[in-house]
Design a protein around this ligand. Structure first.
Ligand SMILES: [Zn+2]
Ligand SMILES: [Zn+2]
Length: 366
């Protein structure tokens, strides 16, 4: 938050503000800037919203969390570059999560900009907006019970549902995109070559955006890649199930993610501009690290399945960033979803199977 305040002050104090004057804006050269937009109460700290100059006006890649302080930081960052929110011509969203798509509606209102997203994530936005919150609570309690969650974990969900005190979920008011990002195609941006690369895994419709132009500092490699949450320098993104009540498709998000990673590695971009942390080079090395990390993790889980375990029991035994007892309630749900995504992969690989006749279903190694 203090960064936002500093930036606002810097923007007001200097008649012709330069990016150097405000540490929350980075000039990446060649008509590309990064603006740090804070995520309130989140250890990730901020979303890097990228600004791409086009012949028709600036285009944003992601917008940031829907919060007044985040909005101020975005507006101040654009001010540092010499732009106003009203100038924004279009918004390209890497995926539907609220730290990326949260402010899109407000940007569209202020500027008339179009909003583009991959169809699979637009489907999630539309579904979330139209769902009655109760449907979500019923789905979550049913899913957790089926995953082997103990009664004391599921009971608060049922109690909240029964009392009608249903917390508003982020994303409930998210803007419905008005353009579709088509995988493999160039986005219609005047004077720029920005190609959409579909990278499902973190969400079903996650895209990376490949700027097929020479690197402004002539770094070796193929252009620059806006990688969203797909490829981050120091974090392995959360891969859970594609949570979708009423969807009966058996998806394999971790398999999708690993395939998408290899695809990005083969692009060999000169530089990666991710949506969190910081820009980095040598994408193939980072891809290898992540592939090895997931392979090790899958093998570790396969060993744990020497005894049959439900997804909940597996989550309790997996390695997290803190002991299971200290993982907060909501994060446990995310952890179970991650355990299930790993189980799906092991089953697909023929390394595990559901034990017939178990309820909740337990899995064992093969
Ligand atoms: Zn995300
Ligand atoms: Zn994110």
């Amino acid at each position: 938050m203090s960064e936002a305040t500093e930036a606002t002050e810097a923007a007001q104090a200097t008649p012709e503000p330069t990016p150097e004057a405000a540490p929350h804006v980075t000039d990446h050269g060649g008509g590309v800037w990064g603006v740090k937009v804070p995520i309130p109460d989140n250890p990730l700290g901020h979303t890097l919203v990228h600004v791409l100059d086009t012949d028709r006006g600036p285009v944003l890649i992601d917008t940031g969390w829907d919060d007044p302080a985040s909005w101020d930081a975005l507006a101040a960052g654009l001010g540092v570059i010499g732009l106003a929110v009203a100038d924004v011509h279009g918004v390209v969203i890497t995926h539907h999560h609220p730290d990326h798509h949260g402010l899109s509606g407000q940007v569209r209102e202020a500027s008339g900009a179009w909003i583009a997203m991959h169809a699979a994530d637009t489907e999630v936005v539309v579904r979330t907006r139209s769902a009655e919150p109760g449907v979500w609570f019923d789905y979550m309690s049913g899913k957790l019970t089926a995953a082997g969650a103990p009664e004391e974990h599921v009971a608060p969900l049922r109690a909240a549902r029964a009392s009608g005190r249903l917390r508003t979920l982020p994303g409930l008011r998210a803007a419905v995109p008005d353009r579709e990002i088509v995988p493999g195609e160039l986005l219609p941006l005047a004077g720029r070559r920005l190609r959409a690369i579909w990278t499902p895994g973190h969400t079903p419709g996650h895209v990376c955006l490949h700027l097929e132009e020479e690197h402004p500092a002539r770094l070796p490699g193929n252009g620059r890649l806006f990688s969203g949450d797909h490829l981050l320098p120091g974090i392995s993104p959360h891969i859970g199930l594609y949570e979708a009540p009423e969807d009966t498709r058996v998806t394999d998000p971790l398999g999708d993610y690993l395939d998408s990673l290899e695809r990005i590695g083969r692009l060999e971009p000169a530089e990666v501009l991710p949506a969190h942390q910081h820009a980095f080079t040598d994408a193939p090395a980072r891809v290898r690290e992540l592939l090895e990390h997931h392979e090790e993790r899958l093998t570790g889980l396969w060993r744990l399945l020497a005894e049959p375990l439900t997804p909940w029991e597996l989550a309790e035994r997996m390695e997290w960033n803190r002991p299971w007892e200290r993982i907060p309630y909501g994060s446990r749900n995310i952890a179970v979803s991650e355990a299930e995504a790993h189980l799906r992969r092991l089953v697909k690989q023929g390394r595990a199977e559901a034990v017939p006749g178990t309820e909740p279903v337990a899995y064992r190694a093969l």
